[in-house]
Design a protein around this ligand. Structure first.
Ligand code: SAH
Ligand code: SF4
Length: 382
């Protein structure tokens, strides 16, 4: 398979077009087709000469994600299961505007994207790692998740307003065009399937494309990368010029708790992870978020709030408490609501900025990896 056109950045495209003897403005036209109109085929790019389209077709692929399954109604959390060109499945989750956990209060839609098929890190509570790691996503497969969701949304909303479009004349066409160009996602969280920092180069290149004004146009401060704690890559991220937000999947404030549920802690124990986070915080001057899933009997005792508060204050971090989302076949359960509320109150009493997620999307297997797992098991059963 030739390289996908969406895995190239603007400079690389300019160099390619130069070698093809094409003028620079053609690159701008192509970028408009790819990232503004979200074209799904070469033939759609009608203002590019046919001969150029043929040359591009011969050199590059233009892969789109095939929607295999979708859960959730419009205006609620919606989960997309995508089939990749090699038949593997990944997930993206679209979360409508809410007092944002990771961005500004004015956020319209947050998209949670995947970076790998499966995950090698095998956290004991997580569906994504249950069947191990299959492969990294390419740059284009990360970038295309946003385009595919926005393409789907534009088509869905066009269908809703089809009667308006048909009854209007020239004005109707304008409505159609602006709908197709409408940006839906303005906040990105890299918290879907996979460990983003284990696919570092593709992740960063994709995020730069999604951030560029000619690409996704999503502000770096509106992009949150979540990691289970890959200390060396956190240090690498700290020296990137981009101001991405960082979230750490902590889930335990002592090595004893983390070792029990997250094998990655054996490789990068808390002292090492904390040191890397401190460096990140100092270099970036940005607030880190600590993710803390509450799992009954594992990490939800009030005793745990003390080391957690100490860590959060040391890192100037905010704590996001997330009641555990049940995964089929796994023994873990979420604590009772009162336990979660008490845990939150204890942190706040300790002067920690903390929030408790009162679940959105728990009813549609919103935690990463669950829809894929379910679908693959159904397919295997069939
Ligand atoms: N690998 C990265 C990003 C993907 S996981 C990481 O671990 O940070 C995204 C988040 O979902 C992590 O905080 C992860 O711990 C959490 N998660 C996984 N399974 C979950 C479940 N069943 N319920 C609630 N959160 C879950
Ligand atoms: Fe991988 Fe993150 Fe799931 Fe752990 S929580 S298995 S690192 S996807």
């Amino acid at each position: 398979m030739p390289p996908d056109i969406k895995s190239l950045n603007r400079e690389e495209l300019e160099a390619q077009f130069k070698s093809l003897g094409e003028p620079a403005y053609r690159v701008a036209q192509l970028l408009d087709w790819l990232y503004v109109r979200r074209a799904a085929s070469w033939d759609a790019m009608t203002n590019l000469p046919k001969a150029l389209r043929e040359k591009l077709r011969a050199q590059f692929s233009l892969q789109t994600l095939e929607l295999a399954r979708k859960q959730g109604a419009e205006d609620t959390t919606q989960k997309f299961l995508w089939k990749l060109a090699d038949g593997q499945f990944i997930e993206s989750v679209l979360i409508p505007a809410n007092p944002a956990l990771y961005g500004e209060a004015s956020d319209r839609h947050t998209l949670c994207i995947s970076t790998q098929v499966g995950c090698a890190y095998g956290c004991k509570f997580c569906a994504s790692g249950l069947d191990g790691w299959k492969r990294n996503l390419g740059v284009h497969e990360i970038v295309e998740q946003i385009s595919a969701v926005e393409r789907w949304h534009a088509t869905a909303s066009l269908k809703c307003s089809v009667s308006t479009v048909q009854t209007e004349d020239a004005g109707g066409l304008k409505t159609e065009n602006s709908k197709l160009k409408t940006r839906l996602v303005d906040n990105l969280v890299v918290m879907g399937m996979g460990e983003p920092l284990a696919n570092y180069d593709n992740l960063i290149k994709a995020l730069k494309i999604l951030n560029a004004p000619w690409g996704g146009g999503i502000g770096a401060r509106k992009i949150t990368i979540s990691t289970s704690g890959l200390a060396p890559q956190i240090r690498k991220l700290a020296v990137e010029p981009m101001q991405f937000r960082l979230a750490i999947s902590l889930h335990g404030a002592t090595d004893a708790v983390r070792n029990r549920i997250m094998p990655v802690n054996k490789k990068y124990p808390l002292a090492e992870l904390t040191a890397a986070c401190e460096d990140y915080q100092k270099l970036k001057g940005r607030m880190i978020t600590l993710e803390y899933i509450l799992i009954a009997g594992i990490n939800d005792s009030l005793e745990q709030t003390r080391p957690l508060a100490t860590l959060a204050k040391k890192l100037y971090a905010k704590v996001n408490l997330i009641p555990y989302n049940k995964v089929e076949d796994l023994p873990w359960v979420r604590p009772a609501d009162e336990v979660c509320e008490r845990f939150l109150a204890a942190l706040e009493k300790n002067d920690v900025t903390a929030t408790l997620r009162r679940e959105k999307g728990g009813d549609i297997d919103a935690a990463c990896g669950q829809l894929r797992l379910k679908t693959e098991r159904e397919l295997a059963g069939a």
